[in-house]
Design a protein around this ligand. Structure first.
Ligand code: PMP
Length: 422
């Protein structure tokens, strides 16, 4: 089919993320992807500055991941997980327990990050219900956060960020603390302590994105706030949930963002980069305290069971992706990308309308003082050979870890070009 025919059909029938229907923008047609490059139908090649939304850390078409997928496809592509088990899922779960903070012991394999957050929330609510603490039904989160697009995760997204404000009045009503500042501030610690103390009797859990608030604004904060949260949650008998769906698997410079603080949550969600971006896969881990609590309840089961739970293909490629990551000096790769992003984005500070430039691990952000003109910014970036997806007032990148120095330079040049016209 010609690219023009494809786009016409796409506009007529295909819903894209956060898009209208019928479509109003012509998406770029990708024909193939190799390494860090997307090959478009018109012959252009773009360096992917987005890792397909944090996921493709090893780039596209990696021989190790291709082989793992092909080998598993030769054995079994899918089988239901109820009453059956298999090596890819069991080994993946054991690997996750091995590499995440120690007290996390039990793994629920799911099919998307949003479902992983749903499961985390259900675990927490059910834990307190099982213990007869029926008042503890509320969740507390930071403003400026993002946890997914299904109803419970939407209820803990930034209420003022515009993402889910359409659903006000229908969503479960949760509690919000202010977003954490970048630097460590004692006043903010006092604010967190006051909010948790005030609501402790009603709180099932505090759920946050540790160190990086992603889709809600690409903000970074001091990891010592995680210590503060851990202590407050223990003191007030509230569960702590870390959503590491974006931050997990090395992106921030530690394997998990929780590792910046050396602490462990009671429940943790991972996804995105877990499968190297090959297949939709996520997981929710919890401690024995949480699992035992649920198991002692009137309904001693976790009542959740996605059809594609523990999918063997997704499990096999996730295991291969994690092993591939750990077999390499990923820490040095992320550190190198961090310094290249820092140097490459520094000139943005002198551009008009740039409010802030920030880099952490393999994440680089240029924040403007006004909403980005998405069409102009995207065109400037693609003209410079880079795929970016600016949103709100942000032009940002989270490149694959296999990006070379030249690739990162192309990306930062694309960001500067986009920032000039946005
Ligand atoms: N939590 C966080 C922190 C995320 O960044 C995302 C995805 N952007 C999600 C949850 C939802 O994951 P998914 O898109 O796989 O449902």
């Amino acid at each position: 089919m010609s690219p023009d025919d494809l786009i016409a059909l796409d506009r007529a029938h295909v819903w894209h993320p956060y898009g209208p229907m019928p479509g109003t923008h012509d998406p770029l047609v990708v024909e193939s992807a190799r390494g860090v490059r997307l090959r478009l139908a018109d012959g252009r090649e773009l360096v992917d500055g987005m890792s397909s939304w944090w996921a493709a850390i090893h780039g596209y078409g990696h021989p190790v991941l291709d082989a793992a997928l092909a080998e598993q496809a030769g054995k079994m592509s899918h089988v239901m997980f109820g009453g059956l088990t298999h090596e890819p899922a069991v080994r993946l779960a054991a690997k996750l327990v091995e590499i995440t903070p120690a007290p996390l012991q039990h793994v629920f394999l799911c099919d998307s990050g949003s479902v992983g957050v749903e499961v985390a929330i259900k675990m927490c609510l059910q834990y307190w219900r099982s213990l007869g603490q029926t008042r503890k039904t509320k969740l507390l989160t930071w403003r400026g956060g993002y946890h997914g697009d299904t109803f419970n995760p939407m209820s803990v997204c930034d209420p003022d960020g515009g993402m889910h404000s359409l659903w006000r009045g229908v969503l479960p009503v949760q509690l919000f603390a202010e977003a954490p500042p970048a630097e460590f501030e004692h006043d903010y610690v006092a604010h967190l302590a006051a909010v948790i103390e005030e609501h402790a009797d009603d709180l099932a859990a505090v759920i946050v994105e540790p160190v990086v608030q992603g889709a809600g604004g690409m903000r970074f904060h001091d990891a010592r706030y995680l210590h503060v949260l851990r202590e407050l949650c223990l003191t007030h008998d509230v569960l702590l949930v870390f959503d590491e769906i974006a931050t997990g698997f090395g992106r921030t410079g530690e394997l998990f963002a929780a590792d910046h603080a050396g602490i462990s949550p009671d429940v943790m969600c991972v996804g995105k980069a877990m499968s190297g971006g090959y297949l939709s896969m996520a997981a929710t881990l919890c401690t024995s305290r949480v699992a035992d609590g649920i198991s002692q309840g009137e309904v001693p089961i976790l009542a959740h069971g996605p059809t594609f739970m523990g999918n063997p293909l997704a499990s096999a490629v996730s295991l291969a992706s994690i092993d591939l990551l750990l077999s390499q000096d990923w820490r040095s790769a992320v550190k190198r990308i961090e310094s290249e992003l820092t140097a490459g984005l520094a000139p943005a500070r002198d551009l008009p309308h740039v409010r802030d430039v920030r880099v952490l691990g393999a994440i680089g952000v240029v924040q403007l003082d006004h909403p980005v003109d998405m069409a102009a910014a995207t065109k400037a970036a693609t003209d410079a050979g880079v795929w970016l997806r600016p949103f709100r007032d942000l032009i940002y990148t989270m490149p694959p870890f296999v990006s070379t120095t030249d690739d990162v330079a192309t990306i930062t040049e694309g960001i500067l070009a986009a920032a000039l016209v946005a």
